[in-house]
Ligand binder design. Structure first.
Ligand SMILES: *Cc1c(COP(=O)(O)O)cnc(C)c1O
Length: 419
């Protein structure tokens, strides 16, 4: 052993991807052009969600830059159905994808062009289907029952239903957080059942317009997204041969993820753009009437939003610091780890009005609910916070307010602002 031997390198824990979508001014995050403390005054209460128009605009611009211009970009509004957000997005993207008649109303109110609205989801009711036909939007069929219902509606209204078939493919999106295609699923129609379904669509006199393939969600690996797009395209090409009419819309799904947890990296769009360019070229020859569509939810809106809660109490329990805030899992179920996560991990969290400060400590950010599940950050290194400070959860623009059990435990609801 020599005295020049260096000590073993300290094991570095994985860190969150840097959150650079918002500027910092005087030690405070700037959201929608306003320092966080001033924004909180403007909103008039905590907790709140704030969505930044500039960040939304920039995200769409980056996508347009990276993807071929022929590919249509749809916003899957279940990620963030706030009417002001949907209205803003409707002006930026080519279409809106809805998953209920309630969402359909918001999309149409927002001014979305019905020609570019599509409606997916299992278990559509008769009433929902009637509203969709009368709205002249594209219905992504999920079962033979929907074909039968639409046959009757088409006759009664004298309007042919516009339909695409949501296909449950015989492959899965590898590496995605939530699988929504492949194997036995409640979504779409199994490939094996499609020949019979196509015949029923033809017999019912529905207006067939294309296919919808959605393999899964929250994928950070460009390679597996490209793979799923290739396989989806190949399957659609095969299915086009038994389709009752030429394919006009080929929705290749989405699944683009954003980094939430330590160690996750941002998705690389460049290979996806190249992959889609190849498919656009093939489609021009092989499916000449088809537009390729991708539908994105969280990738469009997730990084543009923050959730902000005020520190009410700073408690130290047996050496561990707890920042008790006025916000929690009732507003932000996913940050608490209870919206589909298997192992709880921390979202990126900070103290949004103390970013310039050196002093840091390990602290847990919790909410006011009487359950240990009400945890927004578990022993994270954070700027040292005091009562009145503003805890911020990044990556909160998607699956936040609308995906949380606001009535659980009877605390006040939260406010959402688009700034
Ligand atoms: C949920 C959903 C989306 C959006 O998923 P994200 O992960 O938010 O991009 C897109 N299409 C369909 C059919 C969906 O169900």
């Amino acid at each position: 052993m020599t005295d020049t031997a260096s000590p073993p390198p300290a094991r570095r824990l994985p860190e969150h991807a840097p959150m650079q979508q918002f500027a910092v001014q005087e030690g405070e995050l700037v959201i929608g052009g306003e320092r966080l403390s001033v924004l909180a005054e403007r909103v008039g209460q905590t907790p709140f969600y704030a969505y930044d128009r500039g960040a939304l605009r920039q995200r769409v611009a980056e996508l347009r830059q990276a993807l071929p211009r022929q590919v249509k970009l749809h916003y899957a509004m279940k990620a963030n159905p706030m009417p002001a957000v949907v209205g803003f997005m409707a002006g930026l993207v080519d279409g809106i994808d809805v998953a209920s008649a309630g969402e359909l109303k918001v999309a149409l109110d927002a001014g979305a062009d019905p020609a570019e609205v599509s409606f997916a989801g299992p278990g559509k009711t008769e009433a929902e289907l009637r509203r969709a036909v009368a709205s002249r939007v594209l219905i992504n069929l999920e079962s033979a029952r929907e074909v039968q219902l639409l046959a009757g509606i088409t006759q009664r209204l004298g309007l042919p239903a516009r339909v695409a078939v949501r296909v449950n493919p015989d492959f899965e999106l590898k590496g995605s957080g939530m699988k929504m295609g492949g194997g036995p699923k409640q979504f779409g129609v199994d490939v094996e059942q499609l020949p019979a379904l196509m015949a029923e669509i033809r017999a019912a006199g529905l207006g067939f317009e294309g296919f919808h393939l959605f393999a899964g969600s929250q994928n950070l690996r460009a390679e597996s997204i490209c793979d799923a797009q290739q396989q989806s395209y190949a399957l659609a090409l095969r299915l086009a041969e038994i389709a009752p009419a030429p394919v006009q819309f080929l929705n290749l799904g989405g699944g683009f993820g954003i980094p939430y947890f330590p160690g996750e990296q941002r998705l690389d769009l460049a290979p996806i753009g190249e992959n889609l360019a190849g498919l656009v070229e093939r489609a021009a020859r092989e499916l000449p009437q088809a537009s390729l569509v991708i539908e994105l939810g969280r990738y469009l809106v997730g990084e543009a939003g923050v959730y902000v809660a005020r520190v009410l109490d700073r408690k130290v329990s047996r050496g561990q610091v707890f920042l008790v805030t006025d916000g929690g899992l009732h507003h932000h179920l996913s940050a608490s780890g209870n919206f589909g996560q298997v192992v709880r991990k921390n979202y990126p969290v900070t103290i949004g009005n103390r970013l310039g400060e050196e002093a840091r400590e390990a602290a847990s950010v919790v909410g006011p609910l009487c359950t240990p599940l009400d945890l927004l950050a578990d022993r994270m290194q954070l700027p040292v916070a005091r009562e009145g400070d503003l805890a911020v959860v990044f990556q909160s623009g998607a699956y936040g307010a609308s995906a949380s059990p606001q009535n659980f435990l009877g605390h006040p609801g939260c406010v959402e602002v688009l700034v």
